[in-house]
Design a protein around this ligand. Structure first.
Ligand code: CLF
Ligand code: SF4
Length: 297
């Protein structure tokens, strides 16, 4: 749990439904899907669906323009007064769409200064944007890190697109890893609360995630969220087609328990869609779709 954290941090996570398990019954979050593109390839991703780092397969999120996102936040905050956090989590990578993402943050900061801004990224472009994210008041960032060894990373991320060219295999995985770790350190130095998500992929990184946990804790992340691979053929490409199994609940819990020696674990993640709205896991408010919300105004 998060009980051992310093008072200042506890205050900052008090009403964030993902960062505080206690908060998730009382405070709601919403995602605005403003980020369609991605700058890496994950073997568990199908670009037709939402970024699997933070989401599950289903209906494709309709991408919103920044101004539409602000209107949606206005509509949701009227319906759900407990709305505390607005996150940008896809359907691609928020920082591979930096202009749209930063503009959305800017508009939200102006219109809804009381809402917390949250971002989830694969981390490849993170060091480039740390300063801007901080000056826009983004207080929470999630970085998805599935491996701390490029040899393991290369089995999960076959390529990254970095500084105008594509890097494959271990070379790509190493660039991704270095960028992720640098980004975490920079954010932590600026008191941004960094959570790390890891997708548990049996046979690929299950034994390896405790090492990920201790490495990211050393860099200043303070919460680790080990999420199960969603093994549905339409969701994954390489893994899905080769029949890569999803972990059982027992396997997931065993890995979370091993990682818990190093840092607090999130165990209430719902693997939200990039357009999720409402309380985590509360069926009555679960995920109003864009279609249920007014298009304008
Ligand atoms: Fe969204 Fe993610 Fe922010 Fe939460 S979700 S960007 S940290 S506001 Fe939360 Fe959903 Fe799990 Fe993400 S339950 S998938 S951890
Ligand atoms: Fe897909 Fe997200 Fe990975 Fe990009 S970071 S390839 S959108 S799962």
């Amino acid at each position: 749990g998060t009980g051992k954290l310093p008072v200042g941090v506890r205050e900052k996570i008090r009403n964030h439904p993902c960062y505080s398990e206690d908060a998730h019954h009382h405070f709601a979050r919403m995602h605005v899907p403003v980020a369609p593109a991605c700058n890496i390839q994950c073997n568990y991703c199908n670009r037709k669906y939402d970024c699997s780092n933070e989401s599950r397969p289903g209906v494709v999120s309709r991408v919103l323009k920044p101004e539409q996102a602000v209107r949606k936040v206005a509509a949701v905050s009227q319906r759900i007064p407990e709305l505390a956090v607005v996150g940008i989590a896809g359907p691609g990578d928020p920082l591979a769409n930096a202009r749209r993402t930063l503009h959305t943050c800017e508009l939200l900061r102006e219109s809804f200064p009381e809402l917390r801004l949250c971002l989830s990224t694969n981390g490849l472009a993170l060091p480039e944007y740390v300063d801007q994210l901080c000056s826009l008041g983004v207080e929470h960032v999630t970085v998805t890190i599935n491996a701390i060894d490029p040899a393991v990373g290369a089995r999960i991320h076959p390529w990254v697109f970095y500084e105008h060219r594509r890097y494959t295999a271990e070379q790509g995985a190493e660039i991704l890893l270095n960028q992720q770790l640098m980004g975490i350190e920079q954010l932590a130095a600026k008191d941004v609360l960094v959570k790390v998500n890891s997708v548990l992929i049996p046979g690929i990184n299950d034994d390896h995630l405790p090492a990920v946990s201790s490495a990211v804790r050393q860099r200043g992340a303070f919460l680790h969220n080990v999420m199960p691979l969603i093994s549905e053929p339409e969701h994954g490409t390489a893994f899905g087609l080769s029949g890569q199994p999803a972990p059982s609940t027992a396997e997931l819990q065993a890995v979370q328990a091993k990682c818990a020696g190093d840092m607090p674990q999130m165990r209430h993640c719902r693997q939200c869609r990039a357009d999720a709205v409402g309380f985590l896991g509360a069926e009555q408010s679960a995920n109003l779709t864009a279609e249920q919300l007014p298009e304008e105004g």
